[in-house]
Design a binder for this molecule. Structure first.
Ligand SMILES: [Ca+2]
Ligand SMILES: [Ca+2]
Ligand SMILES: [Ca+2]
Ligand SMILES: [Ca+2]
Length: 376
């Protein structure tokens, strides 16, 4: 029996021959195996959220808000990303609103963006292009330096109250001296510094009461904090991991607290000298290895050495002397190796008998372990 094409097939064939869109068929016109609806209301057959509402129709019409952020697709910087809002509020769609964006026509520039040095463009919106600075610099000339290849010196400035002009600075390959600045109170401008190749000297800044944590500071070639007359607190150095030199606190007479340096395990030498009001050495508790001397001298209030109880290896001498209130040296009992002398003397309240017992148990040690308090 002869077979004839079905009426539906004939209708489709007829439509195609006339160049009309197929209507109401079941054919997968775009061959993507996703059911086209073919209802002749502006379909683009892209199978992406066809709404068939006769507006258009490329499926990005005003009734679509794919990321449900309340901004219609045609007005949305990215309708698949709810964190990006309306073009009207953020013309370059970089996530920084027009009011906050230093260049709302440049999506590479916004507060917090990574800087490209020396390109003439202020990517991070801090007011200027950041620079690779070759040679030595002082405060005034160092503004916008991100890297200084030589030394940085901020000294003998009588009006400088903060270091905000150094907020671009991340690396100094030489030494940093912050010294003898009478009005300086705020040091947080150094908070973006990560590496100082030479030493970091912070000295004779009489108006500084708190030396804030510099959490990005990872590596130093030495650290000396001395003779800051009103410095009460060193908040710590939470990121400091490499100290390729000595750690020295000297004659900060008001200092009561040093916060944690939790990642620092090794220093070249450890000095705390004449920080009379320091009562707690727990900031040093991460240090286990000293490639040089340990000097703990001139404490007025420190009672024990528990803050340095993690000390295991010291290649040089340990000096514990002239500490008025020290009565307990058992914090040194975890020592495994002492390359030099053990000098413990002139500690007015430390029982000589305790010192003798310590030496008998953990020694013998070279060096001087008397006199201390004889009356117990
Ligand atoms: Ca949206
Ligand atoms: Ca913007
Ligand atoms: Ca921008
Ligand atoms: Ca730049």
């Amino acid at each position: 029996m002869a077979r004839f094409p079905s009426p539906l097939f004939l209708l489709l064939l007829f439509s195609l021959l006339l160049g009309c869109p197929p209507v109401g068929d079941s054919i997968d016109d775009d061959d993507d195996a996703v059911g086209d609806d073919d209802d002749a209301v502006g379909d683009d057959d892209d199978d992406v959220g066809d709404d068939d509402d006769a507006v258009g129709d490329d499926d990005d019409d005003a009734s679509v808000d794919a990321d449900n952020d309340g901004v219609w697709s045609e007005d949305d910087c990215d309708d698949n990303d709810a964190s990006l809002g309306a073009i009207a509020d953020d013309a370059d769609c970089d996530g920084s609103l027009t009011a906050d964006d230093c260049d709302d026509s440049d999506p590479e520039a916004y507060p917090g963006a990574s800087e490209v040095l020396d390109d003439g463009i202020d990517q991070n919106c801090n007011g200027g292009d950041e620079l690779f600075c070759e040679g030595d610099f002082v405060y005034i000339t160092a503004e916008y330096c991100a890297v200084i290849t030589g030394n940085l010196q901020v000294s003998q400035n009588v009006i400088l109250e903060n270091l905000d002009g150094l907020s671009s600075l991340t690396e100094v390959q030489g030494n940093v001296r912050i010294e003898d600045n009478l009005a300086l109170t705020d040091v947080s401008g150094l908070s973006n510094v990560t590496d100082i190749g030479g030493f970091f000297l912070f000295a004779e800044n009489p108006a500084v009461v708190i030396l804030p944590d510099l959490p990005n500071l990872f590596s130093l070639g030495g650290l000396t904090i001395k003779e800051n007359a009103n410095l009460e607190e060193i908040e710590g150095f939470s990121g400091l991991t490499v100290l390729d030199g000595a750690l020295s606190l000297e004659a900060n007479f008001a200092l009561t607290t040093i916060g944690p340096i939790p990642n620092l395990t090794t220093v070249d030498s450890l000095y705390s000298i004449f920080n009379g009001n320091l009562v707690d050495l727990s900031g040093f508790s991460g240090i286990s290895s000293v490639n040089g001397n340990v000097v703990l001298r001139g404490f007025g209030l420190l009672g024990d050495l528990s803050g340095v109880s993690n000390l295991r290896w010291v290649t040089g001498d340990i000096q514990v002397r002239e500490n008025q209130f020290l009565y307990d040296i058992s914090g040194l009992s975890n020592l495994i190796e002492l390359g030099g002398d053990l000098d413990i003397y002139n500690n007015q309240q430390l029982c000589q008998s305790f010192v003798d017992a310590f030496v008998a148990e953990y020694g013998p040690f070279s060096g001087t372990q008397q006199p201390n308090y004889p009356g117990c």
